[in-house]
Design a binder for this molecule. Structure first.
Ligand code: ADP
Length: 453
């Protein structure tokens, strides 16, 4: 089947739908193809907020911030490996991105603090009672509705396989669903396929030391856009910059928050022994877990932590954590040696009392909030998980895709996790959503302008 559109967009995550809404509101006909049965991609899993500086919400709350400070924090967070021009663009256009969201009915009115930010700039949605909501699951249905209101046509369960080229310019996309092959002729193509964190073979090919890691990503986030772009000559940047998280539930990719370890949870191996300082950086703790037999470990908390934490109660309710009335019961449930686990926890309680970790040199024992002395106990099996791929297709600040000679590929745009350069060596929480909205809008705008030429 042959289809025609002004703009064809691959991927209906946050970046793709933002681009679609923007191009369509400029009066262009837009087709968006999505290989999953539902829209949203990894965007649906974004639990934090959206970083933005010099916004009206910050002003109302009396928060001082600046574009320069946002740039500085982002560069520092990315170990200065980021493409500074892209960071500058993201920061400069973040406040207008917040206005854009308001215009489609998405109000990120609460401003909190995220890791690596020197002030409050993480913009989050709240419910009627003022309770903070997860940003991704809030935004995705609003995007879908706004796209449909602007007459964007969705082709679901349809996988793009190739960017069509003519005389060096992108002129459409080949795609297929279960029973139809499509040739979609378009004047501009926007790649918004997300990263490759759900493709563990591809992850391993760029970073062999991540062999054996699970992933927090949706299963369709497989780097398709990166491969399609590479096939038409696009340059790739920072492909080995992959963010991992040490404590991920293996069966479903759910994150166990880092703060539990900070509060006093310990990690034990499948013999029931501690094997690491639990509060080292994410990459080091992850490597230490992978070095253990089975490349996994258990995170253990006690009843006192459970009583004080909605988060832990949630993990238990969702079935992530198992419970034991005594340490021996917990050991049985974990299938580790009872005497060993008993000794590990007794030893730990003693070290917390003494304020010194004589086994692994954890330096916060004098001040740690909980000592794991109160039964019952709870444990969750975790392993490191691939979380975000910072690398991808090279773009300029107009989201035009750049080829291996440093030239623009006419008609080809990319936005979101499929691109590289914005986050450098490490992405800060809140910057993924800023990235997809700011650059999704730029891609939609520039594709629309290009089509009109
Ligand atoms: P971003 O955060 O950059 O917007 P997301 O992960 O939220 O990225 O969304 C990317 C979307 O692209 C996902 O919904 C995914 O299923 C879709 N996608 C990935 N590869 C293809 C493909 N080959 N064809 C169509 N859709 C794709």
């Amino acid at each position: 089947e042959t289809l025609d559109a002004d703009v064809v967009i691959i991927g209906a995550g946050g970046a793709g739908m933002t681009a679609a809404i923007t191009a369509a509101s400029e009066g262009k006909s837009v087709i968006i193809i999505e290989k999953a049965p539902i829209v949203g991609g990894n965007t649906s899993r974004a639990t934090g907020g959206m970083n933005a500086a010099e916004t009206k919400y910050q002003e109302t709350a009396g928060i001082e911030d600046s574009v320069e400070l946002f740039v500085e924090d982002t560069m520092k967070g990315g170990y200065e490996k980021n493409n500074k021009e892209l960071v500058q663009t993201m920061a400069e256009q973040s406040a207008s991105a917040i206005e854009f969201l308001d215009s489609i009915g998405a109000h990120l009115s609460d401003v909190g603090k995220a890791g690596g930010a020197s002030t409050n700039r993480s913009h989050r949605p709240v419910d009627a009672e003022g309770k903070i909501l997860s940003v991704g699951s809030y935004l995705v249905p609003i995007f879908e509705q706004a796209a449909k209101d602007n007459n964007v046509t969705f082709y679901m369960e349809t996988e793009a396989t190739e960017i069509m080229m003519n005389e060096g310019a992108a002129v459409g996309v080949k795609a297929s669903s279960a029973n139809t092959d499509y040739t979609i002729n378009a004047k501009a193509v926007i790649l918004a396929t997300g990263g490759f964190g759900g493709n563990l073979e591809m992850v391993e090919s760029y970073k062999p030391e991540l062999k054996g890691y699970v992933t927090t990503n949706a299963s369709t986030i497989t780097g398709d856009g990166i491969k399609m772009a590479e096939a038409v000559g696009a340059n790739l940047v920072d492909m080995a910059e992959i963010q991992i998280h040490p404590t991920v539930v293996q069966s479903n990719g759910a994150l166990i928050t880092e703060s539990l370890r900070g509060d006093g949870a310990i990690l034990v191996n499948n013999e029931g022994k501690r094997f690491t300082n639990e509060v080292l950086t994410r990459d080091v703790v992850s490597a230490n877990i992978i070095a253990e037999e089975g490349s996994a470990a258990w995170l253990i908390v006690d009843q006192q932590m459970f009583d004080d934490s909605n988060v832990i109660q949630g993990y238990v309710n969702k079935g992530y954590m198992i419970q034991g009335d005594t340490i021996a019961d917990l050991a049985k449930a974990m299938e580790v040696d009872e005497a060993t686990l008993q000794e590990t926890i007794d030893n730990w309680v003693g070290m917390v009392k003494a304020g010194e970790d004589t086994d692994f040199g954890r330096d916060d024992l004098a001040t740690v909030k909980y000592d794991l002395s109160k039964a019952p106990y709870y444990a969750v099996k975790i392993a490191p998980g691939v979380h975000h791929t910072m690398g991808g297709v090279e773009i300029n600040t107009n989201t035009e895709v750049i080829n291996k000679n440093g030239e623009v590929i006419p008609g080809l745009y990319a936005a979101g996790e499929v691109t590289g350069g914005v986050h450098g060596g490490n992405r800060l929480g809140g910057n993924a959503v800023a990235d997809i909205i700011v650059f999704g809008r730029i891609a939609g705008q520039n594709a629309a302008t290009y089509v009109s030429k």
